[in-house]
Design a binder for this molecule. Structure first.
Ligand SMILES: [Zn+2]
Length: 317
């Protein structure tokens, strides 16, 4: 059963918003755009593997979590975690395609593309070992002694693992279900109701690292962020408010709800509170009452009264 379904990470969404709105001349622009592409590709790989695991059937109860973040000695985030009455399994998903060679000394992953181009990445092996260690510490401190396995999964069929350390498991997406079905289940550690309790406990412990708004995280001056309502048709930033509508001066389309995404962008990348004045500035509005209408959004939580009224949005899931 899926305990925590696939969802795009809020961090990927925030990076997309920042790439859209950060001035292209900003010294951190290239790094942020690359981060965004990597994060989105990572999400895509995890989605592919999760879709495969949704088809998994086992003769016993089990729970699957996508992207669960826990705290043990440090914060650690697992792409996919599966818990069963017999063991726990961590899947570390990689979306690197091409011919893959993983070495241990130094720990690195070298990918060769069909055109011969080589790129090296951090090896996923020490990372997965660290997750297994952190999870075992967390379980042990709660008097739970259950075997924890790990496997590195390459999401796309265009990956081919040519050389890898023999003590680690490497899988392609289409091998995942077979691999899980073959894990030994001769010693039951948890009764079904204990497994349910563990599932609820893990969901409760899940804490996504709060890196928002991204301008804080990357130490970006808000002045370097392009304001204005985004046109949902052509991406232009700076739609004009007309009666009951937003108008795009570039593609000449109209949109009634264009401000919704802009409001979310504001909280993802700009600031974690908004007041009437900040709303007028970000949405390019002259009229106080127009701003009030935007801020009367069911997604916003109002705090303070009169002149000190401001609003926040809950972004973490
Ligand atoms: Zn437009």
């Amino acid at each position: 059963m899926i305990a925590k379904p696939f969802a795009k990470t809020i961090h990927a969404e925030a990076l997309t918003a920042l790439t859209k709105r950060l001035r292209k001349t900003h010294p951190k622009y290239t790094q942020i755009r690359d981060d965004m592409m990597q994060k989105n590709a990572g999400d895509l790989g995890e989605e592919v593997v999760m879709r495969e695991i949704e088809k998994l059937k086992l003769p016993h109860k089990f729970y699957v979590f996508h992207n669960i973040s826990l705290y043990s000695e440090v914060n650690f985030q697992m792409d996919i975690l599966i818990i069963t009455p017999f063991y726990a399994l961590i899947l570390e998903v990689k979306n690197i395609s091409g011919e893959i060679e993983i070495s241990t000394n130094p720990a690195e992953l070298v990918r060769t593309k069909p055109n011969g181009e080589k790129n090296s990445f951090n090896s996923p092996v020490p990372q997965l070992e660290e997750y297994i260690y952190q999870l075992s510490q967390l379980f042990r401190s709660n008097k739970l002694n259950i075997p924890i396995y790990g496997a590195i999964t390459f999401a796309f069929a265009s990956s081919y693992v040519k050389k890898a350390p023999s003590n680690s498991v490497f899988l392609l997406t289409n091998e995942v279900r077979k691999f899980i079905r073959e894990i030994k289940t001769d010693k039951r550690i948890l009764a079904d109701n204990e497994l349910d309790k563990l599932k609820n406990w893990l969901l409760q412990k899940n804490n996504e690292y709060n890196s928002l708004p991204l301008s804080n995280h990357f130490a970006i001056n808000p002045q370097d962020i392009v304001t204005g309502v985004e046109c949902p048709f052509c991406g232009y930033l700076g739609m004009k408010k007309v009666i009951r509508n937003w108008a795009c001066p570039r593609c000449r389309n109209f949109s009634k709800y264009a401000h919704e995404q802009t409001l979310k962008d504001y909280f993802l990348i700009y600031k974690n509170t908004i007041n009437n004045e900040e709303c007028r500035r970000f949405f390019h509005l002259q009229d106080k009452h127009e701003a009030t209408r935007i801020l009367k959004n069911p997604k916003l939580i109002k705090t303070g009264i009169a002149r000190s009224t401001k609003y926040t949005m809950t972004l973490q899931k």
